[in-house]
Design a protein around this ligand. Structure first.
Ligand code: GTP
Ligand code: MG
Length: 203
């Protein structure tokens, strides 16, 4: 059974459209400013199995409505920037896209999670000429966009890996060390930002 039903195709199309759109945005930004808006970009449609598992975990009925309307991360993008400022620049640009409305913002950069996790999360609603599973026309589809620096991304990858290692001997110590590194990386991000600003002021 595919939880997305006939909308699987639509989700794949949304992902492709957004990846293209951001790549083009980066190219035109690069041409104009001679530096990139972001370092890299990845995206995925959450697999059928993961979405079913998520619905079960959240005690939601395993159906297309839960997958597309209650859970809002069936389509996910991650934009990894060189500098913190660029994250906010990207958010401004997303806000200006006519077919997109930002429905939720979570600023885990200003307010890091207790474990040290940092990122800016957006839930956007994208309008499409085809109907959604509630029959709305234009259709409305949710996408989760995570924006982070390279440093934040490095940390999140390692922390994610640790989460699934259940044979860690001293999880408290590991957690504390990870938190310390997260804070150090955050401080480096601020320093790098400052250095870039100094270079810009010299030119
Ligand atoms: P859902 O369970 O996804 O509906 O989310 P939520 O509302 O608790 O979402 P949140 O915005 O906190 O996190 C969503 C996604 O952000 C996760 O699927 C991860 O990709 C990432 N994320 C959030 N917290 C952490 C964290 O502590 N470590 C890592 N590595 N990733 C995180
Ligand atoms: Mg999620």
């Amino acid at each position: 059974m595919n939880i997305y039903g006939p909308y699987q195709v639509t989700l794949d199309k949304i992902l492709e459209e957004l990846l293209d759109r951001f790549k083009n945005l980066n190219s035109s930004y690069q041409q104009e400013h001679h530096q990139s808006l972001f370092e890299h970009l990845i995206g995925r449609v959450k697999s059928n199995e993961s979405m079913i598992e998520k619905c079960q975990r959240k005690n939601l009925p395993v159906n297309t409505h839960s997958a597309l309307k209650v859970n809002k991360d069936s389509v996910g993008l991650r934009i990894v920037c060189n500098f913190i400022d660029d994250i906010y620049l990207c958010i401004d640009m997303i806000e200006q896209m006519p077919d997109i409305t930002i429905v939720k913002k979570k600023d885990y950069i200003t307010n890091a999670k207790p474990n040290g996790y940092r990122s800016y999360h957006l839930i956007i609603e994208m309008e499409l000429p085809e109907a959604d599973c509630e029959g709305n026309l234009p259709g409305k589809y949710y996408v989760e966009i995570q924006l982070r620096t390279i440093a934040m991304d490095t940390w999140a990858s390692l922390e994610h890996e640790m989460k699934y290692k259940h044979n860690i001997k001293n999880p408290e110590l590991i957690g504390k060390e990870l938190k310390r590194v997260a804070d150090e990386l955050a401080s480096c991000d601020v320093s790098m930002q400052t250095i870039r600003q100094l270079i810009r002021e010299e030119n």
